[in-house]
Design a protein around this ligand. Structure first.
Ligand SMILES: Cc1cc2nc3c(=O)[nH]c(=O)nc-3n(C[C@H](O)[C@H](O)[C@H](O)COP(=O)(O)OP(=O)(O)OC[C@H]3O[C@@H](n4cnc5c(N)ncnc54)[C@H](O)[C@@H]3O)c2cc1C
Length: 492
């Protein structure tokens, strides 16, 4: 059985090369500032080690038959897609934030399909799929974590990669050598890449003939001396007196590739522009499906916060509270239902121009319409959810006092008197509740998470494009035509 423990993961982090820069200094991976971030990813090892969670967190490798962590698994059935969704919801409920280990899973599943198709092509530059399988076996055997580096800098948004003044606005191949390729450019906002073992790199958009250099995918160790990571950390205000149930953190990095060498056996795509575009879409599809687990989990947490805020404020019976609670429940459960349907309709096929075609070596791919409508619905509601919490809470969380003023003997009595709103709940619990509420809604970490919930896996406009380009709108026009008594155009 190839399962890593929390302790082994942290020990492995301690052995990694120094390639992180933060706020003008080199950053060590075990720096106390990263404690919360490590807590989030390490939790995946703790949860997988608990026999109660085996059904969700463990899977059988299709390569070796060994028991592996589901985050390292290639989905082999609709059942696997369901379990990934439920595992993600469960995990996120334990940590109160996004779990971040899904990125590597989603990237590996997308590369699995695309590298297989690329290897079949005449003139393939290397054995893309064999390379991927070799990488995957090591990934599964060692129970590693991967991040996904998809988002390019992109420069002028209205120009294509090949039209940018600076070609490094998109990661691209600058040289092909006998032993590998050399790449340059940068990937931005890459979540927890600094505490992942591996980074899977892939294109961010569709590509055209002439843009072969940008159709590149590969894996690189996160501590490779060939890259620099410029790190951004969003930690919650440290607690000393009112302990939290779980302390998460969040980091992301700009990953700089400056003539970085990648050996051929780590290259999964190199020059196939059409497949580069499919890879970009496929990762987004798997990732939007993951959101149908994490977003309902965020809604579970939000509903809990909303209901308790109403209770502490004594307004639980008010009409608008019922409306808010039912709105929150609808967003979460419709997002989950869409993901459930996307799992159930999953096939080893991709949808191109509304037509499903067999794709890849048999790994299951979620249904494109349902994965996208669920993600779009829940992504677009992020600020509406915050608005509803703001409505129920009043201004309290925004100006809540510091912990030390609550425990300072000179101010404690006043604080406890004025922070107690509900006579039936201990003042300590009420203080813990509002500190937690403030962490979620009005901290820099909370705001970053909301941006991630809105843009991660692609902005809503990208989901709208995916939905309208893959949905059979013509068939619906024909329903309207028939009901109106209009003529129905013949199929071409
Ligand atoms: C917290 C967080 C974590 C993230 N983690 C990861 C990660 O782990 N890995 C990863 O790869 N990415 C990650 N991302 C990046 C995320 O996927 C992107 O933010 C998202 O895809 C949007 O891209 P962008 O930020 O470049 O915004 P843009 O695409 O620049 O969007 C800005 C605006 O420009 C518009 N726009 C863009 N292009 C055009 C065009 N051609 N025509 C008209 N309008 C246009 C958009 O519609 C939008 O209104 C993360 C982002 C956040 C906020």
């Amino acid at each position: 059985m190839a399962l890593r423990t929390r302790e082994q993961y942290i020990e492995d982090l301690s052995k990694m090369n120094d390639n992180l820069y933060c706020n003008g200094e080199k950053l060590n991976r075990l720096d106390p500032k990263l404690e919360g971030c490590i807590n989030v990813l390490a939790k995946s090892y703790e949860l997988a080690a608990d026999p109660k969670n085996a059904e969700l967190f463990l899977a059988k490798s299709h390569l070796t038959g060994e028991t592996i962590n589901r985050f390292c698994h290639i989905h082999q059935s609709t059942e696997d897609l369901h379990k990934k969704q439920d595992m993600t919801r469960f995990y996120c409920n334990q940590i109160g934030t996004c779990c971040r280990r899904c990125m590597g899973t989603d990237a590996a599943n997308a590369v699995n399909a695309v590298s297989y198709e690329a290897q079949k092509r005449p003139g393939a530059k290397t054995t893309y799929y064999d390379n991927f399988l070799k990488w995957l076996k090591n990934f599964q055997d060692k129970d590693l974590i991967a991040s996904c580096a998809q988002t390019d800098v992109k420069g002028d948004r209205l120009k294509r990669p090949s039209e940018q003044v600076d070609p490094d606005q998109y990661v691209h191949v600058v040289e092909e050598r006998e032993d590998g390729i050399v790449v340059s450019g940068a990937k931005l906002h890459i979540s927890e890449a600094i505490i992942s073992d591996e980074i899977i790199v892939m294109p961010t958009r569709s590509l055209e003939k002439g843009e072969e250099a940008y159709a590149v995918s590969f894996a690189i160790p996160s501590d490779s001396p060939g890259i620099k990571q410029i790190v951004h950390i969003r930690d919650l205000r440290k607690r000393e007196h009112f302990e939290k149930g779980f302390t998460p953190g969040y980091s992301d990095s700009y990953i700089i590739f400056d003539n970085t060498f990648i050996p051929w056996d780590r290259v999964f795509l190199c020059g196939e522009t059409d497949l580069g575009g499919i890879l970009a879409l496929l990762f987004s599809l798997f990732h939007r499906h993951s959101y149908s687990g994490c977003k309902p989990a965020t809604l579970d947490y939000t509903i809990g916060l909303a209901s308790l805020a109403a209770e502490i404020n004594g307004i639980k019976k008010a009409k608008h509270v019922k409306k808010i609670l039912s709105d929150l429940i609808m967003i979460g459960e419709l997002g989950y239902a869409a993901g459930y349907t996307a799992s159930d309709l999953g096939k080893p096929e991709v949808s191109i121009g509304g037509k499903s075609i067999p794709f890849g070596p048999g790994g299951y791919i979620p249904n494109v319409i349902y994965a996208n409508v669920g993600r779009c619905l829940s992504g677009e509601n992020v600020w509406h959810e915050m608005e509803m919490l703001c409505d129920l809470a009043g201004g309290f969380p925004a100006t809540f006092p510091y912990e030390k003023d609550i425990v300072n003997p000179e101010t404690k009595e006043y604080m406890e008197k004025y922070l107690k709103r509900n006579q039936d709940i201990s003042v300590e619990d009420q203080i813990k509740f509002w500190l937690q509420f403030a962490d979620f809604c009005v901290s820099s970490s909370g705001a970053t998470t909301s941006y991630g919930a809105y843009h991660g896996g692609g902005s809503p406009i990208m989901e709208q494009i995916a939905i309208t380009s893959q949905y059979n709108i013509k068939a619906r026009e024909n329903i309207a035509r028939q009901l109106a008594g209009m003529s129905i155009p013949e199929k071409k």
